[in-house]
Design a protein around this ligand. Structure first.
Ligand SMILES: Cc1cc2nc3c(=O)[nH]c(=O)nc-3n(C[C@H](O)[C@H](O)[C@H](O)COP(=O)(O)OP(=O)(O)OC[C@H]3O[C@@H](n4cnc5c(N)ncnc54)[C@H](O)[C@@H]3O)c2cc1C
Length: 587
């Protein structure tokens, strides 16, 4: 089948904060930029971000970027690459002011400066006392950010392909990336998007778990496409469980609630975090708080009929502050938990939230993979940014508000890098033969499959296996059984059948294609987790409760082909300052 083709300087897959920040800089530089998105751009998951963007502006309490860097290295449980972390924390104030000048409606202090709130793991003076570092627009920071960037992109003439789903990468025999094959959801028409630079900004994949704060579209498509094209996935064992998802619903209650003074209690009404994090208490970093909650529940101090959640108490901060600073949270509590937070505590439970791992990149957003010349060879023409990328600034655990920051800093930086790279190689390479083979074969399989299981059934089984076998605490027997089970689920995913064969908005087909990507991510996560025999950040092994720097201070690389694992060293050396020495992590 002949597939139509369009050619651009840059094709970006994903219109969340990272894709749009990069698109803006590229379009402003006069390049022809296509941005593809499965949904209308301002519906990307970035729109759901609540709490804020971290930057050491020091508008309320004294702050500086080096403290921010220290907190990020410590938060990452020393697995973050310190060159990338320095780059990000130094650039933070600048990208936030840039955003302010784009028109971002931040909350303001009386003196007109940007309002900043405390957040988990944000500390003054190298971990001593909490600092107010999170720049916020009420509890709808992501919403404000995404709309601001979308409007700027309209002004810059970025070309959007709305409701287009990228299916697979085009890679030639040199390993270079030349674009993607994508499908228009409305018509099922395919198109080759050929480009001199292909940038993935496809967001996270916490939908591999049953209880997730993520949007339904967060199916790890970028990772699936990269894995199928032979690119490894880095540090996939590290998923973040947010301590406060609404019990039973999964919807997120921002850490900003604890930043504004809320705290957690168990069934005895005890403020239990003071037993787990003497200094930071409820504002310790997320992995610490999630494990504390899971432990309270396990030891019989959970709340409710089944003792399977805890409570987030907010009523003492008063109705007026709740309405002004946390209006979205008030709304979510009433709708999903049926409680008015000004009167009653909110039932919460740790919920899968963020993927620290992803497509390996350097801090310029260039994808790097082991190849002919070494473990970190640049894959020509291929870039990744945002949650789908592993830079790695978040290491084994991301600090709150460092993701929106990551989108802005590396979105801007990858654009600068692409502009530089395109000046060096002004001509597009020609497409390899068989550029469309893989996606056509995947679609043909779905069309011809006459009996088989439903996508929904296999998807549900995958989520249940991940939740049970690879959750907040990881047990050796559950992990090894989990590997067997997820392998079986993957086989079943290759035999799914869809009844709907129409071409108009065939959502059954889209979900089947998404399942292929989810399965890649789920397998990468389970295999990487089973192999890492230590506890670090978001990866807590029951049989290896300590961090083991002698053997495990290294990044995991998972190769889909053959399910092989490899490792590469952590970059402990920052760009200009001294490295932060390894220490036990205490909050
Ligand atoms: C509820 C919630 C609250 C959060 N709050 C905060 C916060 O306060 N502060 C903070 O720093 N972080 C927060 N985070 C994390 C942060 O919001 C995300 O990590 C970040 O927004 C991800 O941005 P992104 O640009 O990588 O991708 P996303 O915003 O997820 O966008 C992904 C884009 O890729 C597109 N896409 C995906 N696959 C395909 C495909 N196959 N073809 C075409 N398009 C595709 C989608 O349509 C979408 O446009 C929060 C996350 C959640 C879930």
């Amino acid at each position: 089948m002949a597939v139509a083709k369009r050619t651009f300087d840059v094709v970006i897959v994903g219109a969340g904060g990272s894709g749009m920040r990069a698109a803006l800089a590229l379009s402003e530089a006069g390049l022809k930029v296509a941005v593809l998105s499965k949904v209308f751009p301002t519906r990307s998951h970035t729109v759901a971000a609540q709490g804020g963007i971290a930057a050491s502006l020091g508008n309320i309490s004294e702050d500086n970027w080096h403290w921010h860097m220290y907190d990020t290295v410590k938060g990452s449980d020393y697995l973050g690459d310190q060159d990338a972390i320095e780059f990000m924390c130094r650039a933070a104030p600048e990208v936030v002011y840039e955003l302010e000048h784009f028109g971002m409606p931040f909350d303001r202090l009386d003196n007109g400066k940007i309002y900043q709130r405390p957040f988990g793991g944000h500390m003054q003076d190298y971990g001593k006392t909490p600092v107010q570092r999170a720049c916020a627009a009420a509890d709808r920071t992501g919403h404000a950010l995404l709309h601001t960037l979308y409007q700027k992109n309209m002004q810059a003439n970025t070309i959007f392909f709305v409701e287009w789903m990228a299916l697979d990468l085009i890679r030639d025999e040199d390993g270079d990336v030349l674009g993607v094959v994508a499908m228009e959801i409305e018509t099922s028409d395919l198109m080759i998007f050929q480009a001199r630079a292909t940038l993935f900004a496809t967001g996270g994949a916490a939908r591999i778990f049953q209880a997730s704060t993520n949007a339904y579209i967060n199916t790890g498509d970028g990772l699936g496409m990269a894995a199928r094209a032979g690119i490894p996935l880095e540090d996939m064992e590290f998923f973040q469980f947010h301590p406060t998802g609404v019990y039973g619903a999964g919807v997120l209650i921002s850490e900003g609630v604890r930043g504004e003074g809320g705290y957690l209690i168990n069934k005895e009404g005890e403020r239990f975090m003071s037993r787990y994090a003497v200094n930071a208490k409820d504002l310790a970093s997320r992995d610490v708080v999630s494990r504390a909650i899971a432990t309270e529940i396990r030891e019989g101090r959970g709340c409710g009929k089944h003792g399977d959640h805890v409570l987030l108490k907010v009523d003492h901060i008063g109705d007026a502050v709740i309405r002004q600073r946390l209006p979205g949270i008030r709304d979510i509590s009433m709708r999903f938990a049926h409680v008015d937070p000004a009167r009653e505590p909110i039932p919460v439970v740790p919920t899968a939230h963020y993927m620290m791992g992803g497509i390996p990149t350097n801090y310029h957003g260039q994808v790097v993979a082991p190849y002919r010349t070494g473990p970190e060879e640049i894959v020509q023409g291929f870039y990744a940014v945002g949650e789908c990328a592993c830079v790695s600034v978040h290491g084994a655990n991301r600090l709150g508000c460092n993701s929106l920051l990551d989108l802005l800093v590396f979105g801007r930086e990858v654009a600068r890098q692409i502009i530089e790279d395109l000046q060096r190689s002004p001509h597009p390479k020609s497409l390899p033969k068989g550029a469309t083979e893989l996606p056509l074969a995947r679609l043909a399989r779905l069309k011809s499959q006459k009996d088989g299981e439903s996508v929904a059934e296999v998807g549900a089984e995958m989520r249940s296996v991940m939740q049970k076998h690879c959750g907040v605490f990881r047990f050796p027997d559950l992990l090894s059984a989990g590997m067997q089970k997820i392998r079986k689920v993957a086989e079943r995913a290759g035999n799914t059948m869809i009844h709907d064969q129409s071409r108009v908005f065939n959502i059954a087909c889209i979900e089947a294609l998404e399942l292929d990507n989810l399965i890649e991510v789920a397998q990468a996560t389970m295999y990487s987790a089973a192999a890492r025999k230590e506890s670090r950040g978001g990866h807590a092994r029951d049989d290896f409760p300590e961090r083991d720097d002698d053997h495990w201070l290294k990044h995991t690389l998972y190769f889909s082909d053959g399910k092989k694992l490899d490792y590469k060293p952590v970059r402990l050396k920052p760009l200009t300052v001294e490295s932060f020495p390894l220490r036990a992590r205490i909050y």
